[in-house]
Design a protein around this ligand. Structure first.
Ligand code: AMP
Ligand code: MG
Length: 465
């Protein structure tokens, strides 16, 4: 087993983490291995002992990271990796530093009431959805391996098969990593962390305010990208908000079937805080928390508050511009301006009124089947006339590049998990193949494009720890 580790986080002050090995498991068995990613990282071959946590590879510096975070708006002064271990970092073939982390690898000092484990369902869900996100061209953590532990994990519904996911990330720095040191008044640690984050992610950024500006821009782009594919993250807590701008933590997430702005999936999100249409606002709120932490670095607080406020207040306009660019392209406009906003919004309103499928409606635009997606055909036809007047000859090409034909549908993910629990990995393999090419999928996978029937609808998703 070769992993060319080059670790930097482990060289940071001891207050940033706890060094500890993953907890061994009974009978590790390789369930999934991402060979293309492995080659990008220079890692291999697949090894169930290493990626199940039973063997610590040469050069690893295993540790659990410390962080805090706002969960559903309430500050939790200490979270941290309660079920994850960072093995170390490698430099990939593009020259980018990447974290290799085991998730579900046993208890840590930050586990609180948790068992430090994960069951097969959420492990495979994260594997499929994060890889689908990558294929869609949206920044995300990646999945390198899934290993069955051979041990049961006890959850509300009884014992479930345990598993470990190997997650790869540009880093695991979160807004919450900054919050913990700021909140504790550990300014030296906060400064060290800020310098580390700038060097690792935004070397061109000018100081803490430059970092804030860069993270705001990355998060604005990210959330606009989620919106454009109907993705609902589900737990946009500040501990699940990365500094790199990658999507992280696929818990109760989902891609919408029928479009509704207020759609929520997560069973624990009773207030709809993380509803589809609220995500841009929450992204700004999260950046305000990062700003609050970074302000602690400055002697002249008044001036720092002013500058940080300006940066955060610029974010809604960035989000709006990114949204317009992406949704403009979804209806075939290469150059959408504020004048086109009503055309886009009216289509979304129609989709919401008719319960039209988000993915399939956009995918069908410009084809004979577009109006079949709507029940109010007259209203659609009227919209279509306006749309035809606005678009040019390149609209079809633009839309083909922008509108995925296939996304991981929640009901198919649930069916895939049920099969995997029964020992059948074929639906997982099939989903992975189909989702690898979302803009031009093979007709063999047409069934995976179909929205759920009334009986198939999965009303809620669960954190699934
Ligand atoms: P998440 O909702 O997955 O972002 O997790 C929030 C916090 O709970 C993090 O500190 C996790 O490490 C911790 N956590 C989640 N599930 C478990 C578990 N099964 N055992 C220990 N800690 C957990
Ligand atoms: Mg998390």
């Amino acid at each position: 087993m070769n992993i060319p580790f080059d670790n930097t986080y482990a060289a940071l002050p001891a207050a940033f983490y706890t060094r500890l090995d993953p907890t061994p498991v009974k009978a590790p068995q390789m369930l999934a291995w991402n060979e293309a990613l492995a080659q990008e990282l220079g890692v291999g071959p697949a090894n169930a002992d290493v990626f199940g946590g039973n063997a610590v590879p040469d050069g690893a510096a295993p540790l659990a990271q410390l962080y805090a975070g706002h969960q559903f708006g309430n500050y939790n002064p200490q979270l941290g990796d309660g079920r994850a271990i960072l093995l170390g970092e490698v430099i990939d073939t593009h020259g980018t530093r990447r974290d290799i982390q085991l998730k579900g690898s046993g208890r840590t000092p930050y586990s609180r009431m948790g068992d430090g484990r994960a069951w097969l369902g959420p492990v495979l869900r994260e594997y499929v959805v994060s890889e689908a996100m990558h294929a869609l061209g949206i920044p995300t953590t990646r999945a390198l391996a899934a290993v069955a532990t051979g041990e049961p994990v006890l959850r509300e519904d009884g014992p479930l098969p345990g598993a470990v996911l190997t997650r790869v990330a540009a880093s695991h720095l979160r807004v919450g990593t900054f919050q913990i040191f700021a909140h504790r008044g550990e300014i030296d640690a906060l400064r060290t962390l800020t310098d580390y984050a700038i060097a690792r992610h935004y070397p061109q950024a000018d100081g803490a305010m430059g970092l804030l500006r860069a993270v705001c821009a990355a998060q604005a782009e990210l959330v606009a990208a989620w919106m454009s594919v109907g993705f609902i993250h589900g737990v946009m807590n500040t501990d699940n908000c990365t500094i790199s701008g990658e999507t992280i933590d696929y818990g109760p997430c989902a891609f919408m079937d029928a479009y509704h702005e207020a759609r929520v999936f997560s069973s624990i999100d009773q207030q709809g805080r993380y509803a589809y249409g609220n995500q841009p606002r929450i992204a700004v709120w999260n950046m305000a928390q990062l700003a609050t932490a970074l302000i602690q670095l400055f002697d002249d607080k008044e001036q720092a508050v002013e500058e940080a406020t300006q940066i955060v207040h610029a974010m809604p306009a960035q989000l709006q511009a990114a949204w317009l660019r992406r949704f403009g392209a979804k209806i075939g406009l290469p150059d959408a301006t504020a004048h086109d906003q009503p055309l886009i919004e009216d289509l979304l309103a129609l989709m919401q009124q008719d319960g039209a499928d988000f993915t399939n409606s956009f995918a069908a635009l410009g084809t004979d089947t577009a109006r079949d997606q709507f029940t109010d055909r007259a209203a659609f036809d009227a919209w279509h006339t306006r749309w035809e007047q606005r678009t040019g000859p390149d609209a079809g090409q633009i839309m083909q590049r922008t509108n995925p034909q296939i996304i991981p549908r929640t009901h198919r993910i649930e069916a895939m998990i049920t099969a995997a629990v029964a020992g059948d990995m074929a639906p997982f393999e099939r989903m992975m193949t189909a989702l690898a090419d979302p803009y031009a999928p093979s007709p063999d996978h047409d069934d995976l494009r179909r929205p759920p029937t009334a009986q198939e609808i999965v009303p809620a998703t669960f954190c699934g720890t």
